[in-house]
Design a protein around this ligand. Structure first.
Ligand code: GLC
Length: 442
């Protein structure tokens, strides 16, 4: 009897899981616009840089060819300088602002002029892992390896762009020149630095707040400054050196630096795999500098990583989810990793579902507003896997369990309320589906 009941429960669990996996695949297929995936219908009708890298990993769990195509479409928007823009406007759509005319980058296909956290080397490494049963089993002459090799060259150029244009003095940490480049647009981490940026004088019409409740989205004062920065860089002809010297917003985002570090380590592994020792050596030297660069982001007072405002040369004393992302880079010494894990455990105890993007016991915490409190699947994935790498298995499993529960109870939402678990923002969201497939529901 007891045995029967146990078997029934197990069956129910695996049926639920199978249904969720079908639903996740279905979302990726429905958001496929013929080779690239939109993050969700209407709200984000183009190809976004880091969203696509996660989508590629989701696809890789059931369709290697389609996973590679996702990255190839993304890299079709790469600039001659190596920049991979944060948006590629493959087709027209009038449900998003700012569109290609506002960016005025004169690229084909049209693109934005700033970037986003680089995850494509990690995505390519993941695809190759999924494509092979063991490291030696992929024939170098195969279609998969040929395409992967071509992508590798482009990813290399993208990483050189980050080093050249966003760390011209070779300090080991790169800067973002727009909050959108962090991927966590309206995080309170930017409040002070963004407050120094003038508001645009050009009237404009946001589309996001006609599609999603405005209490879940960035506020108008932020948008006025986001657009000011776009207009400034457009006036500078999107020339990296001029943007670097004339920008009023220059922050070394700890999240982006950690993700870049991890991507660069995955790129080194790819360089070894593709037998490219000269580039592997350059990348290794750079990774060593980056590792040291992280010391500039460590706050002794907090025992945590923080972002650094480079124009005011000081740490931004606002911890956020990004403070824990160095775990994802995989390079933390034990004492720092332990300090991060213990603060993270405290944040999770303050909410029902982890990881909140801002500590729930601070004035900035806003449980529904975008990057000022809610939980994001991709962030959970990176933090949890980072914990696992450093040996904090129980906490890693807890975060994974929370992510699976959120998806099961509230669907594949863009993000989630950490207190109630409610799904927020856009629905049927591609990267949440990808997180389910490649990690949370496995
Ligand atoms: C928002 C997010 C950004 C994401 C984009 C598309 O702008 O802040 O990280 O890439 O939406 O999902």
């Amino acid at each position: 009897m007891v045995m029967d009941r146990q078997i029934n429960t197990l069956q129910r669990v695996s049926e639920t899981r199978a249904k969720l996996i079908d639903a996740a695949r279905d979302i990726l297929r429905r958001n496929d616009r013929g080779g690239y995936t939109v993050p969700t219908d209407a709200l984000y009708p183009f190809q976004w840089n880091w969203d696509s890298a996660f989508c590629a990993m989701g696809f890789a769990t059931f369709d290697i060819d389609r996973a590679l195509t996702e990255l190839e479409f993304l890299y079709s928007g790469q600039w001659a300088s190596g920049l991979v823009p944060h948006i590629i406007f493959h087709r027209d759509a009038d449900t998003y602002f700012p569109g290609p005319q506002v960016w005025g980058t004169h690229q084909t296909p049209p693109t934005s002029g700033i970037s986003q956290p680089p995850v494509t080397a990690s995505a390519l490494a993941y695809i190759l892992d999924m494509a092979s049963t063991g490291p030696a089993s992929l024939d170098p002459e195969s279609d998969v390896m040929r395409r992967a090799r071509a992508l590798y060259e482009k990813i290399l150029a993208y990483h050189h762009w980050w080093a050249r244009e966003r760390d011209p003095d070779g300090t080991g940490i790169v800067a973002i020149l727009h909050p959108w480049e962090s991927g966590s647009d309206n995080s309170p981490v930017w409040d002070e630095a963004l407050g120094q940026v003038p508001a645009t004088q050009t009237p404009f019409q946001r589309r996001d707040v006609t599609l999603v409740d405005s209490d879940m989205r960035p506020r108008q004062w932020e948008y006025d400054r986001y657009i000011y920065l776009v207009e400034l860089y457009r006036a500078l002809g999107w020339q990296g050196d001029r943007m670097w010297s004339e920008t009023p917003f220059k922050v070394a985002d700890v999240g982006l630096n950690a993700i870049l570090m991890r991507d660069e380590l995955d790129l080194i592994a790819l360089a070894d795999r593709f037998d490219d020792p000269a580039n592997a050596q350059v990348l290794r030297a750079r990774a060593a500098r980056r590792r040291q660069g992280f010391d500039k982001l460590w706050s002794l007072e907090r025992g945590l990583y923080l972002s650094r405002d480079l124009l005011r040369d000081r740490l931004v004393d606002v911890p956020s989810h990004a403070s824990f992302l160095p775990l994802w880079a995989g390079t933390e010494p034990f004492d720092r990793a332990a300090a991060l894990a213990s603060e993270l455990a405290r944040w999770i105890n303050l909410s029902r579902f982890g990881v909140p993007t801002i500590a729930p016991d601070t004035a900035e915490f806003d449980q529904r507003r975008y990057w000022r409190g809610p939980v994001w699947g991709i962030i959970n994935w990176m933090i949890s896997e980072g914990l696992r790498r450093h040996g904090f298995i129980k906490l890693a499993d807890e975060i994974k369990g929370h992510t699976a529960a959120l998806i099961q109870d509230s669907g594949f939402s863009e993000y989630f309320d950490p207190i109630t678990g409610e799904g927020l923002g856009g629905g049927d969201f591609s990267w949440t589906a990808a997180v389910g497939l490649a990690w949370a529901l496995d």
